[in-house]
Ligand binder design. Structure first.
Ligand code: A3P
Length: 306
């Protein structure tokens, strides 16, 4: 059957998480060889949850005294070159865990919390996790897959896609377990794990960027606030600005020797609630039931996501 063919060719299950075979290799390299430093900052997320946006915001916030906004590297390199993916980097470096980057080292990862190396969790490094409504994550990822047009994959209808998503077969999925892993970690260590939501960022980015800077130990000074630095960061990282940059319109990000993705794939609509234009009542009901079951006991998550 198509589904089985798709699954075995494209994603495999590793310790309750669905991963593509090459990514699995990267995850295992991280588990075996990555040595975290207490000053490291890790941006964690499920794909299509707002990673690109948050990469831009974290990089700009942390480096706001280092780079001029007019000649900022983000303008010419794009968010994915500014903050590398940890698992991709390990694949590229082939076990070289020294990862000689300026401090604080900034990494992004899609690895679920339970698969992070123990040394990383105990290193005291800070983790920022961005989550997004599961229905919008699904729709965004469905378009992402369509755009990539992976030749080795049979096309996937929306119905088939929803079915697989509900079964947890999604990159780094199941969605719900990924979110819960970081959610629980933030309850245990609120000063080490910050949860942001794509929806809150869309609603009130000013508050989000300020709490982000505070959490990262670099709060904005009164002077910076007065000079409009926060607003400049927000403008630089906005959907309109980033998606219209030449590097994001025509550039390609080489994640690993084998994985290259056109930057424009990371910019589509940038809105909340596009699922309403795609999902049937039946699909919504099925997703709601799973969320109800998985997120029982987490009133906040349920209220936010449905
Ligand atoms: P849509 O497909 O719903 O438009 P990720 O970066 O995790 O892959 O997520 C991609 C999603 O974030 C896409 O959502 C994309 O359009 C949106 N996005 C990218 N940059 C953004 C920005 N600066 N502001 C708001 N949304 C952004």
């Amino acid at each position: 059957p198509k589904e089985n063919g798709w699954i075995t060719k494209y994603v495999v299950k590793y310790q309750d998480t669905w991963l593509s075979p090459s990514v699995l290799q990267g995850v295992m390299l991280v588990q075996e060889h990555f040595i975290a430093q207490p000053t490291d900052i890790l941006l964690a997320s499920l794909p299509k949850s707002g990673t690109t946006w948050l990469k831009a915001l974290i990089f700009t916030t942390i480096n706001r005294k280092r780079f001029d906004f007019q000649t900022h590297p983000l303008l010419t390199s794009g968010p994915h070159a500014c903050i590398p993916s940890l698992e991709a980097l390990m694949l590229q470096n082939n076990q070289n865990s020294s990862l000689d980057l300026p401090s604080p080292r900034l990494f992004a990862t899609h690895i679920p919390h339970h698969l992070l190396p123990v040394s990383l969790k105990s290193s005291g490094c800070r983790i920022v996790y961005v989550l997004r409504n599961p229905k919008d994550v699904f729709v965004s990822s469905w378009y992402h897959m369509k755009k990539l047009r992976l030749k080795e994959l049979p096309p996937l209808s929306l119905e088939e896609g929803v079915d697989m998503y509900c079964k947890g077969v999604y990159h780094f999925g199941p969605y719900w377990d990924h979110v819960l892993g970081y959610w629980n970690a933030s309850l245990e260590s609120p000063n080490k794990v910050l949860i942001l939501t794509y929806e809150d960022m869309k609603k009130d980015i000013l508050t989000c960027v300020k709490s982000l800077a505070e959490f990262l130990g670099q709060p904005f000074s009164l002077e910076e606030e007065r000079d409009g630095v926060v607003q400049e960061i927000i403008k630089l990282c906005s959907f309109d600005n980033l998606s219209n940059l030449e590097v994001n319109k025509t550039g390609v990000q080489q994640f690993t020797p084998k994985i290259a993705i056109e930057n424009n794939v990371f910019f589509r609509k940038g809105e909340v609630g596009d699922w309403k234009n795609h999902l049937t009542d039946e699909m919504v009901e099925r997703l709601a039931q799973i969320s109800e079951m998985k997120f029982s006991g987490t009133t906040w998550l349920k209220a936010l996501l449905f």
